[in-house]
Design a protein around this ligand. Structure first.
Ligand code: AMP
Ligand code: ZN
Length: 470
């Protein structure tokens, strides 16, 4: 079986066939964070979903180029820069750094390219110029540049392919700034926003006067610069399908830069939203969490990641603290089994067991059916545990099962074994062993308590003691 994915534009699950004639190379773009505050766990559901797609494509042998942009100029950011009397660069750097720390904690693989909007203003101006030349964009009396849906449709293009549109209800998106009253039609959107007093020092020169880019043009310009004018996969949360992604299609295809017959993007993937305790996250409801809030409650990145990828990406996911406790239990079961397999395998090296890999691949090939893939993993744990318990698992089989798990975990990315204890804790563990040998049990207990307070415990294995996350 081959990989199939649900394509928002066709509303169907389709076989995944990249543009590359050899079928190997894949270009993938995921809209990144708007760095105006700490990202919340809803945002991270989308980024962990993108990470799962990236890791699964790697696992399936594709040569992926993964791009995730940073939106570092946008209305909310400009407002905060003005309020805090700081510079754009200083303000966004703080939240950009925090975002990447959080991605690491969630064990997300780094994208190959992380373009920042403010580093690509010339590319955006170039794209807007092409739209102006084709008569699809126009300058309003306030000097801002808008995209004309009417002119675009007049060129034989269709607006509203991702989401079925009611033109009357359009343009209600919160990113539509109040200053867009100059545009000709309510459906049109800003490509270049002319400089206003509130923008402070946030502006760039352009052929149409000083100003700044609209949000949608940022992603069109950066994705096409890095991945080419037509690429395979574009991802984001479901709220981005309209207007953001619809506008990306309109701008990118409106500029007429693609080869004849090729679309801007072949497959559009949208992740459903995350709710917390059954409700939309909001600060006033007290159910709004950043990743840091959950870490402060004593959960670790692997547990949070496991929970985020426990359900299908197209299903709205209800995140609960009980669910996190369940994720902890689930990971402990896997890790205990893996530790026992290690003990039996000792140093035996062999190829991965094929049965579990085949079932896991079949599950994920089916539009990334991750809940079914977890089902495969837990059946496998139960099976291994049974064989370990009745001593019917020899070293060769244990090594093969272990190798299979390691391969599966290149996709799931949840194995606690990947988390190395800090060196100073490893030293403490050695000291505890020495204290016990010297029968200094009160010192040994004090060290155990200190390790526990830092979230680690000592586990005795066939190869001696090792540190394990609590
Ligand atoms: P933003 O930083 O606001 O541009 O959002 C970053 C990403 O998070 C986008 O792909 C959004 O679609 C996604 N997102 C926002 N809220 C949620 C949520 N509650 N659940 C899942 N994804 C979300
Ligand atoms: Zn985007």
């Amino acid at each position: 079986m081959a990989l199939s994915l649900h394509n928002t534009i066709s509303r169907k699950v389709e076989p995944f066939i990249p543009f590359d004639p050899t079928g190997k190379k894949v270009g993938m773009y995921c809209c990144g964070p708007t760095v105006y505050d700490f990202a919340h766990i809803g945002n991270f559901r989308t980024f962990v979903f993108a990470d799962l797609v990236r890791r699964y494509l790697d696992f399936r042998g594709y040569e992926v180029t993964h791009v995730m942009n940073i939106t570092d100029v946008e209305d909310k950011i400009i407002q905060r820069v003005a309020e805090q009397k700081t510079t754009l660069g200083e303000y966004t750097a703080r939240y950009q750094d925090a975002f990447f720390e959080d991605l690491k904690i969630l064990n997300c693989v780094d994208p190959h390219h992380i373009p920042k909007a403010t580093d690509h203003i010339p590319e955006m101006i170039d794209l807007i110029s092409k739209l102006m030349e084709r008569g699809i964009a126009y300058q309003a009396p306030d000097k801002s540049i808008y995209f004309s849906i009417e002119k675009y449709q007049g060129c034989g293009c269709q607006y509203g392919r991702l989401v079925k549109l009611n033109f009357e209800e359009m343009r209600q998106g919160k990113r539509v700034s109040d200053d867009e009253y100059e545009k000709e039609s309510v459906a049109d959107f800003a490509l270049w926003k002319t400089r206003v007093n509130e923008d402070g020092e946030v502006y760039w020169p352009s052929p149409w006067g000083e100003g700044r880019p609209g949000w949608h043009i940022e992603c069109s310009a950066m994705s096409m610069k890095i991945l080419g004018t037509s690429f395979d996969l574009h991802l984001g949360g479901e709220d981005l399908a309209f207007p953001h992604h619809e506008d990306e299609i309109a701008q990118s295809e409106g500029a007429n830069v693609q080869e004849e017959g090729k679309p801007f993007v072949k497959y559009w993937l949208h992740g459903a939203h995350l709710l917390v305790e059954g409700k939309k996250m909001s600060k006033s409801l007290g159910n709004f969490y950043t990743l840091r809030d959950l870490l402060d409650k004593g959960y670790n990145g692997h547990e949070i990641r496991q929970l985020m990828i426990s359900a299908h990406y197209r299903e709205t996911f209800n995140f609960t603290l009980d669910g996190l406790a369940g994720a902890r239990t689930a990971l402990n079961r896997i890790n205990e089994c893996v530790t026992k397999l290690r003990g039996v395998a000792a140093n035996t090296q062999t190829d991965p067991a094929t049965e579990v890999i085949t079932k896991f691949t079949t599950a994920l090939d089916d539009n990334l059916n991750v809940s079914s893939a977890w089902g495969v993993v837990f059946d496998w744990v139960r099976d291994c545990n049974r064989k370990l318990a009745d001593n019917s698992m020899d070293a060769e089989t244990a090594a093969a099962e272990l190798a299979a798990w390691e391969l599966i975990d290149t996709v799931l990315g949840v194995s606690v074994d990947q988390e190395e204890a800090p060196a100073e804790l490893a030293e403490l563990m050695k000291e505890r062993t020495q204290a016990r040998e010297a029968k200094d049990f009160s010192r040994a207990d004090a060290i155990r308590d200190e390790l526990a307070s830092k979230g680690w415990t000592i586990e005795d294995t066939a190869e001696g003691p090792r540190l394990k996350r609590l």
